[in-house]
Write a new protein. Sequence first.
Length: 88
Amino acid sequence: MTTAERSTHTREPIPDHEQKRVALGYLQEAWAEARLDGIDGDCLAQSCLFAAFAEFVTTYGEEAAAKFADGLGTRIRNGEFSLDQSRQ
């Protein structure tokens, strides 16, 4: 089968939770590679946040992205982004 033939086949949509799991895996691999190259974790975090919010603004608009960002403080305080201590 050629590449052109493969690309004409319709794929079933991947569930949202599965896309998020796979996307996080890609990001974790890129993060680890950048750290091995000497990039500071804080610089990576700020760059990732910039890229993420730029994507939100492009996709949903500035107001929707701002509303999403408004809720982040509560989510952070509730431990939603805290790593499990056993994994550190």
